[in-house]
Design a protein around this ligand. Structure first.
Ligand code: SF4
Length: 76
């Protein structure tokens, strides 16, 4: 599984962090990014999709389902 956040659509609800705080974080503007990316660099597009370790995949699926902006993208 790979995941990224379409950051332009993010509403800053931080529900993704509740679902998987190991994978997601928000920046100073409350825009989510995949913190598993290199040193916290925002994963903003499919070009920056991040491989999700097995132990975090269920949480990422929950985050994608619960995201009110539907801006968490998953490739299985
Ligand atoms: S749940 Fe969705 S809208 Fe809310 S902070 Fe996370 S990515 Fe953004």
């Amino acid at each position: 599984m790979k995941v990224w956040v379409e950051r332009a659509l993010c509403q800053g609800s931080e529900l993704c962090i509740e679902a998987s705080g190991a994978v997601f974080a928000t920046d100073d503007a409350y825009v989510s990014f995949v913190k598993l990316a290199d040193e916290g660099a925002p994963a903003a597009s499919a070009d920056h999709a991040v491989v999700v370790p097995d132990e975090h995949q269920d949480g990422v699926r929950v985050a994608a389902q619960d995201c009110p902006a539907q801006c968490i993208r998953i490739v299985e």
